[in-house]
Design a protein around this ligand. Structure first.
Ligand SMILES: *[C@@H]1O[C@H](CO)[C@@H](O)[C@H](O)[C@H]1NC(C)=O
Ligand SMILES: *[C@@H]1O[C@H](CO)[C@@H](O)[C@H](O)[C@H]1NC(C)=O
Ligand SMILES: *[C@@H]1O[C@H](CO)[C@@H](O)[C@H](O)[C@H]1NC(C)=O
Ligand SMILES: *[C@@H]1O[C@H](CO)[C@@H](O)[C@H](O)[C@H]1NC(C)=O
Ligand SMILES: *[C@@H]1O[C@H](CO)[C@@H](O)[C@H](O)[C@H]1NC(C)=O
Ligand SMILES: *[C@@H]1O[C@H](CO)[C@@H](O)[C@H](O)[C@H]1NC(C)=O
Ligand SMILES: *[C@@H]1O[C@H](CO)[C@@H](O)[C@H](O)[C@H]1NC(C)=O
Ligand SMILES: *[C@@H]1O[C@H](CO)[C@@H](O)[C@H](O)[C@H]1NC(C)=O
Length: 724
């Protein structure tokens, strides 16, 4: 304990003798372009009030592709030129760092203090990997612990010494900078005279290459930084060197103050576009991709129409790869709305475009039209329930940004928080929190699909090539994202709002007439929105239920669409029973009170129907017959057709059920005349059934009833004998 105290005292003394004056630190960085990474670097530098001088902005980069091979000499040349005028300032400390893949996690005072503690004139970043010349490994001084090899992405030193170091440069722009520094460092004489060392234990510089597992985020109240767990240090400069750009992007979602638990997102409202201040809304090309049979496509189009955005500012490009099945939906949408949008182009399956080619075509339509401000790509399985989505994305003002959409009740979403080594899905530590919106913000992520917005200017500059969706054997979206990553264009995902959900297209059986009816299991939310009556929930909130006869309850349950589609489905099937006493479909083969009907089972809808009863009828039963918990079990589930030409009425009878539901599927007076139901015991009739409303009444003993004659037209009802 005594020694601990002593150490602390000494540290304090050191600080007093070497006052850390931030104005004595100058950051020099070479950046020829203002990439997203550069802006991120500057944002962190500005946050800590570093003095930064950018070298080479606007110059042509001739330093080679440092990501893949050697190069970077241009950086040393520019530094050498800059140091010629700075080198005589003895008190000046120069920090020279990369900027595209680097973030500050601490401020200038801390760097200066740590540099002084290192007690050398020049300090290089260190890493565990020798690069670019592996043969030089043995020449390095050995270290007991810590990183042994030099990395030139971060150098700090007194100006005269840095000047002496870089003045030795006489190579070409595309020669390797790191090799240059390595050779000087490995020369024992130079090492001594220039008083150089490496930051072996990541006190200042954290290179992520080979060290991703050593690094953890450390959340503080105002700031987030990284902790190196191998050396228990808090590095100040975090560098995504080598193959760790994506990991740096992940860290950059937090450090230095981008997001934390206390304040949430602190830069989300920086540089936003205020659409209300613009004279005109930007022009957006909307690319719609229907690449596989998709449930609820008419609803998808409806949501597109109800986006809160001037339609004359939207141009539409639709690729439909699903022959026949979706053509009628698209045709209908086109006929009704082609004049609503700025333009409307459909590319159908006859063009035989691959998905990648179609996506290239859509993106290119925006790229080649100078008036196209944004390209908004949307797959048909995206249900944007938030009408503001497009505006919110534009306002966020990023090169590429997508809204979070998730599969209902699942962790499945339209983005990946990390990639595996082979480029496929890997779960990031924050993935679940982002999907569940426990952490809200604008996230830099390595992959997204289904729906995203790209600036037209980006398509005409950084991404001006015409083919980003076809790459090797990759899925088109993976190809696009890989291209964006390699170009250093950040892809952002926002979960600041609830935007909508992803439909499941798996198990979509399109061999029925109205296939969405079968989606009750796969897409329950969309099923409910489409098929359940708008006022159904009011049964529970406002007691929106009637009792026209004793113990006969009457409530809304089906939407118009549900009624119409069930009738269509039955008529499409067409084999009505004819109301005969002999009935092979039931046990015993004899029906005493036969109706002209089709069983749900006959159209393969019995599982779905029983699920509907459990989900939507059982809660009503519990409400009106309190204490009775139905199993929601039924064998007899069928649609009855009454018409004067075939069967017009049904004589008085009991049902073989504990209780019965009877749902009117069409409208009295418009579709038929007559009809209704009479309960004998109570001398009570209901003569004006309402479409989509259901009766619920006991089946036996008390509720002897008859079907009143339909005098004209055709009346349809759906009936279930529940808990027989
Ligand atoms: C940077 O400077 C501003 C203005 O002087 C100051 O308010 C802020 O606290 C400084 N930031 C840090 C991280 O020291
Ligand atoms: C390096 O410089 C420090 C002071 O900055 C000095 O204390 C130390 O002795 C020097 N080391 C060598 C090897 O010259
Ligand atoms: C569609 O394209 C594929 C390859 O792109 C080709 O093999 C096939 O023959 C084409 N089909 C038609 C009908 O043109
Ligand atoms: C979509 O197009 C590809 C070929 O481009 C084809 O292999 C695939 O079967 C098509 N999908 C549908 C549902 O038509
Ligand atoms: C799709 O529905 C048809 C008609 O009901 C049925 O015969 C077929 O087995 C179903 N296919 C699948 C994969 O469930
Ligand atoms: C739901 O109830 C409201 C208020 O009574 C009514 O205006 C509306 O038409 C009802 N919706 C449907 C689909 O019947
Ligand atoms: C049944 O009600 C009707 C009118 O609602 C009435 O005319 C008739 O007399 C009643 N029958 C019996 C048996 O009560
Ligand atoms: C029967 O319905 C048809 C149309 O649905 C209508 O034209 C006709 O007038 C109706 N007949 C009677 C007797 O109401």
């Amino acid at each position: 304990q005594n020694t601990m105290l002593q150490v602390k005292t000494i540290l304090v003394v050191v600080e007093i003798y070497f006052p850390s004056l931030p104005e004595n630190l100058l950051v020099l960085t070479v950046a020829t372009e203002e990439t997203d990474g550069f802006f991120r670097f500057m944002q962190s530098a500005n946050y800590f009030n570093y003095t930064v001088k950018v070298l080479g902005m606007g110059d042509t980069w001739k330093g080679g592709d440092v990501g893949r091979s050697i190069g970077g000499g241009q950086k040393v040349r520019l530094l050498k030129e800059a140091m010629e005028s700075l080198g005589d300032q003895e008190d000046l400390v120069v920090l020279t760092v990369d900027s595209y893949d680097l973030i500050f996690a601490g401020g200038p005072e801390e760097i200066l203090r740590k540099f002084q503690q290192a007690n050398h004139k020049i300090l290089f970043a260190a890493e565990g990997v020798v690069w670019p010349d592996k043969r030089l490994a043995d020449k390095y001084p050995s270290v007991r612990s810590g990183k042994r090899y030099l990395n030139s992405g971060g150098i700090i030193g007194y100006a005269p010494y840095i000047n002496k170091l870089v003045s030795q440069w006489n190579l070409h722009d595309n020669d390797d900078d790191q090799l240059f520094y390595t050779k000087i460092y490995l020369d024992p004489l130079q090492r001594q005279t220039l008083n150089m060392t490496l930051d072996h234990k990541c006190q200042i510089f954290q290179n992520l290459n080979g060290a991703v597992d050593e690094v953890l985020l450390k959340f503080g109240t105002d700031r987030v930084r990284v902790r190196n767990t191998a050396y228990d240090s808090l590095p100040v400069v975090v560098h995504g060197n080598g193959n760790t750009k994506m990991y740096l992007n992940y860290l950059g979602n937090y450090i230095p103050n981008v997001w934390n638990y206390e304040h949430g997102c602190s830069h989300c409202d920086d540089n936003v576009v205020d659409l209300s201040q613009l004279k005109d809304y930007p022009n957006v090309l909307v690319g719609v991709f229907i690449e596989q049979p998709t449930p609820f496509l008419p609803e998808f189009f409806q949501r597109l129409l109800t986006l809160d955005y001037p339609k004359d500012k939207l141009k539409l490009f639709i690729h439909n790869n699903v022959s026949v099945y979706h053509e009628k939906d698209i045709q209908k949408f086109w006929e009704e709305n082609r004049n609503v949008f700025g333009s409307f182009k459909v590319v159908g399956p006859e063009e035989n475009l691959s998905q990648g080619e179609a996506r290239n075509m859509g993106m290119d339509l925006c790229r080649s039209d100078a008036s196209c401000d944004y390209y908004f790509s949307m797959d048909s399985d995206v249900m944007l329930t938030n009408r503001q989505t497009l505006k919110l994305l534009i306002e966020q003002n990023r090169k590429i940004i997508g809204p979070l959409v998730t599969r209902h009740g699942k962790l499945w979403s339209n983005f990946w928080g990390a990639l595996s080594l082979d480029g496929y899905y890997a779960r990031s530590e924050d993935y679940v929190d982002i999907v569940q919106r426990k952490r809200m913000g604008v996230w830099n992520i390595p992959y997204m699909a289904h729906v995203y917005l790209v600036k037209g200017s980006v398509l005409r500059n950084e991404m001006k090539e015409r083919n980003y969706f076809v790459l090797e054997k990759l899925d088109p979206d993976m190809a696009f994202c890989r291209n964006a990553r390699e170009l250093g264009v950040f892809m952002y995902l926002t979960n600041r709002h609830d935007f909508g959900r992803l439909i499941s297209t798996a198990n979509y059986n399109i061999s029925h007439y109205n296939n969405d009816l079968w989606q009750i299991f796969e897409n329950p939310v969309d099923w409910k929105e489409k098929y359940i009556h708008q006022n159904y929930t009011r049964i529970f909130t406002e007691n929106h239920i009637e009792q026209p006869c004793p113990d006969v309850f009457w409530f809304p349950v089906f939407s118009e669409k549900a009624c119409d589609e069930i009738v269509e489905e039955m008529e499409h099937y067409g084999s009505w029973s004819g109301g005969k006493h002999e009935d092979k479909r039931i046990a015993g083969g004899y029906e005493t009170v036969p109706t002209d009907d089709i069983h749900m089972k006959q159209i393969g809808f019995d599982k779905e129907w029983l699920h509907f009863i459990r989900e939507f009828i059982s809660p009503v039963t519990l409400k009106v017959f309190s204490g009775y918990y139905t199993k929601g079990y039924a064998i007899m589930n069928f649609v009855v057709k009454y018409t004067p030409e075939r069967q017009a009425y049904l004589r008085p009878h009991h049902d073989s059920s504990t209780f019965t539901i009877n749902i009117a599927l069409n409208n009295k007076d418009t579709d038929f005349q007559g009809g209704g139901c009479r309960f004998h015991r109570y001398n009570c009739s209901i003569e004006s059934p309402r479409k989509g409303w259901s009766f619920m009444h006991p089946g036996r003993l008390t509720h002897l009833h008859e079907g009143l004659p339909t005098t004209n037209g055709t009346r349809y009802i759906a009936v279930s004998f529940i808990d027989p």
